[in-house]
Design a protein around this ligand. Structure first.
Ligand SMILES: Nc1ncnc2c1ncn2[C@@H]1O[C@H](COP(=O)(O)OP(=O)(O)OP(=O)(O)O)[C@@H](O)[C@H]1O
Ligand code: SF4
Ligand SMILES: [Mg+2]
Length: 473
């Protein structure tokens, strides 16, 4: 029987209530929660063409008159032991994506594979064993815990739902977990309202870790907390990952948090991934205009640099996911948009090794390594990448300055970010030796005359910039 969207199982994690606990007898089998984990770097989760459209119905007969295209064709994989950060504006489909990959929502299309097994349409019974391996931490520590249950009941619910008795008993294991996430094990009988927001989020983390999962999807795990508590929870997640070999998908809209926690980062816009690469490449050489605009909005900690940086202000609001724009969904707000952007949807292509971008006129694509250039040429030959002549010297020069300055700013910020030892292996490998000079932004326009000839000649619009008072260079 297919799994029904929004059915009784749709929110299984939150059904950690007495009902579920009462209904299910605990088995007498003592089990160890030690698991064989895939080797680091192996694909743990593979998502292909994932789609979720929420139907919009009208009238007594609930006739479908449209659909909210919350997630529309996501493809990515998550490797064992890594943290994939997912970032994007509010409403771009991050939480929906998280709920789809944890199978709390039924996908409209596409596939989800976990450890090589297709779990896209598993029913409740089929999903039950998988719940031990895939867990979710919810955004709001206030609403994700049942106020009528003690901490002990909340954290022990996964054991009871799975009919597992850990060695030493459930209570001892729950108290161990509470201690592990920095809570007092003596608070076993307290209720959620007796804890602060940060402590409640730790209760949610303890619950997610109870069954020693392989993959944890954390939906905005710190956005409801104040900054000092955010740092504590982020560090806790970091420590737990190293200690337990966890794999994370962390959803956030705070670029500073994402930068700190992620190995690779997926940038989402209106239900699609527009850029996916390692942390260093994304922050130092963003290729999608939307990513560049997002990064330009990150506050600069150094007051001396603050006035020198251009900020790209995007025009207008995010379009409705009910009727997204044709072609590139970002074209209504993009300063580089040409006619081709309005009619042809750019596919997500690897324009550099490990750097996927969905854009007809990507940024920072002049500094390709020889091997990488072939990738870009392949993409262009396929007619997917259209290279345009820079519209005029002035905007090109202006853009160049911005890119260079952004890079410098990113470097500065990176110096201030706390070091994260185990996170740099893949991240640093691809771009460590790139030339820092961003002055060749116009080069691709002349290097591909044919492609430029095919390109649409509608003049690109200038970005709307907030000039902080300094004269233009
Ligand atoms: N159950 C639902 N029924 C109909 N539409 C929904 C449902 N859940 C989400 N949506 C819509 O899907 C889109 C994506 O929502 P989602 O919660 O995934 O966004 P988000 O990126 O997590 O946003 P935020 O950063 O604000 O949490 C939104 O337009 C939202 O209104
Ligand atoms: S340049 Fe075109 S394809 Fe690229 S982000 Fe802008 S509108 Fe989209
Ligand atoms: Mg959300």
């Amino acid at each position: 029987m297919p799994h029904v969207a929004g059915g009784a199982d749709a929110d299984l994690d939150r059904r950690d209530c007495a009902q579920a606990v009462k209904d299910q007898a605990v088995s007498e089998n003592n089990v160890t929660l030690q698991k064989q984990r895939p080797a680091a770097g192996e694909t743990l989760l593979k998502v292909t063409g994932l789609v979720k459209h929420f139907p919009i119905t009208k009238g007594l007969l609930r006739r479908q008159v449209g659909a909210v295209q919350a997630v529309d064709g996501l493809s990515f994989d998550v490797r064992s032991g890594e943290t994939l950060g997912v970032v994007g504006e509010s409403g771009c489909g991050k939480s929906t994506m998280g709920r789809l990959i944890t199978r709390l929502l039924e996908p409209t299309g596409g596939t989800v594979e976990f450890e090589g097994r297709d779990i896209t349409h598993l029913n409740v019974a089929g999903m039950r064993p998988l719940r031990r391996d895939v867990q979710m931490i919810f955004q709001d520590p206030y609403s994700s815990l049942n106020p009528r249950h003690t901490v002990g009941t909340i954290v022990s619910a996964p054991f009871k739902l799975q009919r597992i008795t850990p060695e030493g008993g459930v209570k001892a294991e729950v108290q161990r977990l509470l201690g592990r996430v920095g809570l007092n094990p003596e608070h076993y009988n307290r209720y959620p309202h007796e804890f602060s927001g940060g402590q409640r989020q730790r209760i949610g983390i303890a619950r997610a870790l109870a069954l020693n999962p392989k993959l944890v999807v954390a939906d905005e795990p710190v956005s409801a907390l104040d900054v000092s508590i955010q740092a504590q929870v982020v560090n806790l997640l970091d420590d737990l990952q190293e200690e337990l070999g966890l794999t994370y998908v962390i959803i956030a809209h705070d670029l500073s948090v994402i930068r700190h926690v992620s190995d690779r980062i997926a940038v989402m816009y209106l239900g699609k991934i527009v850029e996916l690469t390692d942390r260093k490449s994304l922050y130092e050489r963003p290729m999608h205009p939307y990513t560049r605009a997002l990064l330009s909005a990150v506050p600069v900690p150094d007051p001396r640099r603050r006035g020198k940086r251009d900020r790209i202000l995007l025009r207008g609001d995010v379009p409705s996911p009910i009727a997204p724009p044709s072609g590139c969904r970002f074209h209504t707000r993009c300063w580089k948009a040409t006619v081709v952007c309005t009619v042809e949807e750019p596919p997500l292509l690897a324009l550099k090794t490990g750097h996927q971008v969905a854009c007809h006129h990507p940024e920072n694509h002049e500094d390709l390594k020889p091997g990488d250039a072939a990738l870009a040429e392949d993409a262009a030959d396929g007619g997917k990448v259209v290279r345009t002549q820079a519209p005029s010297a002035a905007p090109a020069a202006e853009s160049t300055t911005t890119a260079a300055e952004s890079t410098t700013t990113a470097e500065k910020t990176a110096e201030k970010a706390p070091a994260k030892a185990a996170k740099t292996a893949t991240a640093e490998a691809t771009t460590a030796d790139k030339a820092p000079d961003g002055a060749a932004e116009v080069a691709p326009a002349t290097s591909s005359g044919e492609a430029a000839g095919k390109a649409t000649k509608e003049p690109a619009k200038k970005p709307v910039r907030k000039e902080p008072g300094a004269a233009e260079g």
